[in-house]
Design a protein around this ligand. Structure first.
Ligand code: AMP
Length: 114
């Protein structure tokens, strides 16, 4: 999608600090990191929100979590642990309308989140 920030990152039109990539997903560091590790994992296909995922795209969610696993390995968090979050719609804090899995770790994380 031409006016989507994350599609532009996938296309290489906007720079990103890439941590992991395969043919389905791209993972890059959040520009406003909330923890020592704060990486966004996005599908290379444009999907605006969780609400827009079609049944035939279900495997993309698995691809995102496998990439989160790879990101954790890169940042040494596989044993220590990390949090994955996907905000859906503005009311839940979504500000970029191309689905993305936040991978957050490297500091103590409280629960429940604020
Ligand atoms: P959300 O609020 O869940 O939609 O998350 C969007 C995230 O994208 C925020 O944490 C932003 O800091 C992050 N973000 C926005 N623009 C960029 C960018 N150009 N590169 C990396 N992360 C970005």
């Amino acid at each position: 999608m031409s006016d989507c920030l994350f599609c532009k990152i996938i296309a290489g039109e906007i720079p990103a600090d890439v941590v992991y990539e395969n043919d389905k997903v791209l993972a890059f560091r959040d520009i406003n990191a909330q923890a020592p590790t704060h990486v966004l994992v996005i599908p290379k296909v444009h999907i605006a929100t969780i609400e827009d995922i079609q049944p035939e795209q279900a495997s993309i969610m698995g691809d995102l979590f496998l990439a989160a696993q790879a990101v954790a390995k890169v940042d040494g968090l596989s044993e220590a642990g990390y949090r994955t979050v996907m905000n859906c719609q503005e009311g839940a804090g979504q500000s970029v309308f191309h689905i993305h899995l936040h991978v957050i770790g490297g500091r103590p994380l409280s629960w429940p989140p604020g």
